[in-house]
Design a protein around this ligand. Structure first.
Ligand code: SDX
Length: 435
């Protein structure tokens, strides 16, 4: 295979190196393109553009493969907990027992929020969107932790990563409690990562939330499966903001904002709205599928399709099994699960979806599981953010360590040519407007 690409522009040849990744992916290195040819590339949505090389996560969309630091995600279905996977993503290898114990100790001892942060919660209206509050609270958190803004060495960085991964639970739980006007529940140092989150959300003073191992295992797996996904919209946002040497906290706040969109992390909410719409009799499953195929209709089949996967999202496969197992264990019969299964069957029999490689993605079943865990729909994307935090941190760190260049894409300008300024009186319609 050749290790260079040749472009011919106006009869002149230009050569660019081709780099090959560890899984055989090839990228044409156009770092010198504009300097050599005067041209830039145009790739709206960046679907064909590699913004960086990365060692964190590998996706093979055609074959439905997803690996964290080389480990297939299917191998996490029965085994490690979310914190072990977070360490793997951030530091590049599975933690030794000492590393794991040390990181867990940091997480346990940094779960509390400064009491001053409660005043910020009191300023939010009860109907404040949880993702708006989450994004804001990452920047508020940085005001209380100036000691870990520099991240000049690994020790400071490890402390920052631990505090953020630990406190994001407390921030999320407080968002939930304040929106309902409930007393906040402080973190319990004797509980595991996921159990502590559910405790802070659902316990009552004097009546602790009953910990069910199957529930904890399901939430642990949801966080693991959401932990990273290479250069997705929100992770790319974290890298873009971090590339200006903005601090980690505010880079994460930007990631939360990007994740909020219904085409991205907000899809888990949109899936539930869609399924509920079918349940209450708005649309039949067949009508929903036809509407999604209708180009004149902006409606899309939420939870279906993916920029990279043109096969079944491997996470959706695992989550579909978790869905079936958990609802059976909890003896929950959720009509939305029955509708989701039928919708999947109908869509995957339809050439429109099959021909375009549109399969269920991570968001199609995750909402049904979170609903079974008692998590309200408006907190689903917050849960996605908790899961994605280690991936955002891992990519921010990878770029920070490489001292990457600030992101500053080019464009092809298609606006007006040089135009003189016109004083108001000279502008057409000015006198008519004066009557
Ligand atoms: C996540 O990037 C990531 O890794 C994201 C994520 C992560 O872990 O970070 O995996 C998480 O965001 C999952 C995706 C959640 N979003 C949704 O479920 C929303 C519904 N899906 C679509 O909006 C869409 O599939 C996207 C946004 C996910 C992907 O959009 P693309 O890659 O820009 O695809 P496209 O718009 O170019 O679609 C290609 C074709 C088009 O039809 P044609 O022009 O070829 O006729 O497929 C059609 C689209 O109209 N299409 C759909 C569809 N998704 C794509 N048609 C109906 N329903 C859909 N859901």
């Amino acid at each position: 295979m050749t290790d260079r690409a040749t472009l011919i522009i106006d009869g002149k040849e230009y050569h660019f190196p081709i780099i090959t990744g560890s899984e055989g992916e090839r990228g044409i290195d156009i770092t010198r393109l504009r300097a050599q040819t005067g041209c830039v590339t145009l790739d709206p949505g960046l679907g064909n553009t590699g913004a960086c090389t990365s060692e964190v996560t590998y996706i093979d969309g055609e074959n439905g493969i997803l690996r964290y630091r080389g480990i297939p995600i299917e191998q996490f279905a029965k085994g490690p907990n979310f914190i072990e996977v977070a360490w793997l993503l951030i530091f590049g290898k599975l933690p030794t027992p000492d590393e794991y114990e040390g990181f867990s100790w940091r997480l346990t001892n940094s779960a509390h929020l400064h009491e001053g942060m409660r005043h910020v919660y009191q300023a939010f209206p009860p109907n404040a969107p949880p993702m708006a509050a989450l994004s804001a609270m990452f920047n508020v958190l940085s005001c209380y932790h100036p000691d870990i803004m520099g991240l000049e060495d690994d020790e400071v960085f490890s402390e920052a990563a631990a505090r953020l991964i630990s406190k994001v639970r407390t921030i999320a739980a407080y968002i939930y409690r304040f929106q309902l006007g409930l007393p906040v529940m402080y973190p319990d140092p004797d509980l595991s990562y996921c159990a502590n989150l559910l405790h802070m959300m659902f316990s009552w003073p004097g009546k602790s939330y009953p910990i069910d191992d199957e529930v904890i295992e399901a939430l642990n797996l949801i966080f693991i499966l959401h932990a990273d996904h290479e250069q997705n919209c929100s992770t790319s946002t974290v890298r873009v903001v971090g590339s200006s040497q903005a601090n980690l906290f505010t880079s994460l706040a930007a990631g939360v904002s990007a994740l909020w969109g219904p085409l991205h992390g907000g899809a888990n909410v949109a899936v539930m709205d869609m399924l509920e719409g079918i349940r209450v009799g708005g649309l039949s499953i067949e009508q929903c599928v036809e509407k999604a195929k209708d180009k004149s209709d902006p409606f899309r089949l939420m939870g279906f399709g993916h920029r990279v996967y043109k096969n079944y999202d491997p996470r959706a496969k695992v989550l579909r099994n978790v869905c079936n197992r958990l609802l059976a264990k909890l003896k929950i019969s959720d009509p939305l699960l029955d509708i989701a299964r039928k919708l999947e069957d109908v869509a995957l029999e339809d050439s429109y979806f099959v021909d375009r490689g549109l399969y269920p993605n991570v968001d199609f079943y995750s909402g049904i599981i979170m609903r079974a865990l008692g998590i309200p729909t408006n907190m689903f994307t917050v849960m996605f953010a908790i899961g994605r935090l280690p991936g955002w941190i891992a990519h921010w760190r990878e770029q920070h360590l490489r001292k990457g260049r600030i992101f500053r894409p080019r464009q092809v300008y298609t606006g007006p040519r040089e135009t003189p300024y016109e004083a108001p009186a000279e502008r057409s319609g000015f006198h008519e407007a004066l009557g």
